[in-house]
Design a protein around this ligand. Structure first.
Ligand code: SF4
Length: 288
């Protein structure tokens, strides 16, 4: 019997929910506000919010006193926050509490004299914000994306502190910490991967090997979606990363009996439901 199993944790995490609700409310109450970059890595939600008057900020110099800026869940460098306050901008802070925790831990590590290793993606807005906090307290550190980076980029230091981008893979975190533990005299570790990320990754690890085809739904630029895809692909080669129902290929579903679905933390429920419907329609037509 044909079956579609949607992961319980698929879709919006609580941090994204807070940010999207804040943006919706600003759209309805003020009718016009900016976000510092796309509010989440999901084009469909971004264009829905654009229709409510929530636009992505292209250039800070275009802002005028009294404008509203929503700081998205990825957070922002403290310097930018200060600049916006000086410009008399109305700030709505949707920085996820898990991201704030990374900022706090980095500041603590610098205060305690550690060189900071950030296990994350270079240039990702969350990591840029975290580096801003590191610099804000005069700290030194490095962003590490891969095991090769660890060997090449981490300087010889006696005291190293570790944090992770909130959407980092648990497996890479453990691998990196293991390496650093063997090569550092004193290591202080904060596992700052958020619950929403680790729970989703665990569920994908369980679900993916039990299905014929696994679909991971989410923005192509969404770090946590990409991680879910990589985890699933390693366990089930018939894994596909899609953004919308339009990308589901009938060929993937031929002679398939069990389809698994998970979705990144910035994928709205209605997009997941559209994918489920598309799969049912395709399979229905194939069985006729
Ligand atoms: S993925 Fe985690 S850190 Fe990012 S917004 Fe969601 S709950 Fe917050």
């Amino acid at each position: 019997m044909f079956d579609i199993k949607v992961a319980k944790t698929a879709g919006f995490c609580f941090g994204v929910k807070i940010a999207v609700d804040m943006a919706k409310k600003a759209g309805k109450d003020i009718g016009h506000a900016y976000t510092n970059g796309p509010i989440i890595h999901n084009k469909q939600v971004v264009s829905y919010l654009e229709n409510l008057g929530i636009k992505e900020l292209q250039d800070y110099s275009h802002l005028k006193s009294g404008d509203t800026v929503i700081i998205r869940s990825h957070g922002v460098e403290p310097e930018i926050e200060r600049k916006l306050k000086e410009m008399d901008i109305n700030l709505l802070d949707a920085t996820c509490p898990f991201v704030k925790k990374v900022h706090d831990k980095v500041r603590q590590l610098v205060k305690e004299g550690y060189f900071v290793v950030i296990l994350g993606e270079e240039g990702h807005p969350e990591v840029v914000g975290t580096l801003g906090h590191l610099e804000d307290v005069g700290g030194q550190g490095v962003v590490i994306e891969s095991f090769e980076d660890l060997i090449k980029k981490v300087p010889k230091r006696n005291r190293i502190g570790v944090v992770a981008q909130t959407t980092q893979s648990e497996d890479f975190f453990r691998e990196a910490v293991g390496y650093l533990a063997e090569n550092t005299e004193e290591l202080k570790i904060f596992n700052t991967i958020c619950d929403a990320t680790s729970v989703r990754q665990e569920e994908v690890k369980e679900l993916s090997p039990t299905v014929d085809v696994m679909l991971i739904i989410g923005g192509k630029h969404s770090g946590n979606t990409q991680r879910l895809y990589q985890i699933s692909k390693a366990l089930n080669p018939n894994t596909y990363h899609i953004e919308t129902a339009a990308e589901v290929e009938p060929d993937w579903l031929k002679d398939v009996y069990r389809v698994g679905i998970s979705a990144g933390a910035s994928t709205p429920d209605w997009v997941i439901q559209e994918v489920v419907k598309k799969i049912k329609d395709i399979r229905g037509a194939q069985d006729e």
